[in-house]
Write a protein that binds this ligand. Structure first.
Ligand code: ATP
Length: 277
């Protein structure tokens, strides 16, 4: 349903995207995972018609994103990384103005449903400036949902939020999938991509370096990691297909050691030699 082919983008001297290609299926949660500056937001800005690419093709449900941005805007909703709520207006006023600008039908009913869903009904008359960061994020999500979008873009939806709010947002994302929506999210949190995404595209310095389900990506590097400190106190990691193989080497090297399941960071390290965070 979303096709991205050979996407390139340059900001002055900085080449942010070097020919990125991937496709997203209807109804899946697709994660763009990568460190700061990898190009995740740039991809999302192009897909959501905020920014134009220098080259490549992008289409959503067969509609060309660059040539027909107005048509795309009716299909998608997004929660940007930067909070762009009007802080001097109430929660309700923010949703109302957004809904009027987007000519959303049954607006008052839809706002009420969104307020209930995000547990904001009691705070509907509060100024945005009076709300905690987690509450403001819930208002952004509520706003994205009032148009009942088929496709939802979430740029770093849980950055800077405490674990409890993060869990609430994860539940919301899972619910959006159960409702049949397609969700595209960017994150630099390994656990977030692992816990939520059906498929993950790993971005590094403007290139998509791997793609697949979290399970398949982890299997591709090995399922178990043996961690041990070397003589200089540096952490050395060895990756194995089976736990037995990991234990065999651990016994040879002697204690202390840790054996754990592999994660998406191990995939990133294997491919780039660097850590994500
Ligand atoms: P983050 O998680 O930190 O937002 P990201 O993976 O989303 O990172 P982008 O924001 O897409 O990365 O940035 C990719 C590269 O493009 C970075 O080197 C960044 O500095 C650069 N860049 C992004 N936006 C602009 C801009 N408006 N002007 C100049 N350079 C930009």
């Amino acid at each position: 349903m979303i096709e991205v082919e050979g996407l390139t983008k340059t900001y002055g001297k900085i080449k942010a995207l070097h020919g990125v290609s991937f496709s997203i299926r209807s109804g899946e949660i697709y994660g763009l995972l990568g460190p700061n500056g990898a190009g995740k937001t740039t991809v999302v800005k192009i897909l959501t018609t905020i920014s134009k690419p220098d080259g490549g093709k992008v289409s959503i449900l067969g509609v060309d994103v660059v040539r027909m941005p107005e048509k795309i805007k009716g299909l998608i909703s997004s929660v940007p990384q930067e909070n762009n709520l009007d802080r001097e207006l109430s929660v309700y006023e923010n949703l109302l103005i957004y809904g009027m600008l987007h000519k959303i039908r049954n607006l008052k009913e839809r706002i009420y449903d969104a307020l209930v869903r995000f547990d904001l009904l009691e705070r509907k008359d509060s100024f945005v400036s009076e709300l905690s960061g987690g509450m403001q994020k819930r208002v952004l999500l509520a706003r994205a949902l009032i148009s009942d979008p088929k496709i939802l873009f979430l740029d770093e939806p849980t950055t800077g939020l405490d674990p409890q709010v993060r869990r609430q947002i994860w539940d919301f994302i899972r619910k959006a999938k159960l409702e049949g929506r397609t969700v595209i999210l960017t994150t630099h949190y390994i656990e977030e991509a692992d816990a939520l995404c059906d498929r993950v595209g790993i971005l590094c310095r403007g290139r998509l370096i791997a793609e697949g389900s979290p399970e398949d990506l982890k299997k591709s590097v090995g399922n178990f990691v043996l961690e041990k400190l070397d003589g200089d106190g540096r952490l050395v990691q060895h990756v194995f297909k089976t736990e037995e193989e990991a234990y065999a080497l651990a016994m040879n090297l002697g204690p202390p050691f840790t054996i754990r399941r592999s994660n998406l960071e191990d995939v990133f390290i294997k491919l780039t030699g660097e850590r994500i965070d």
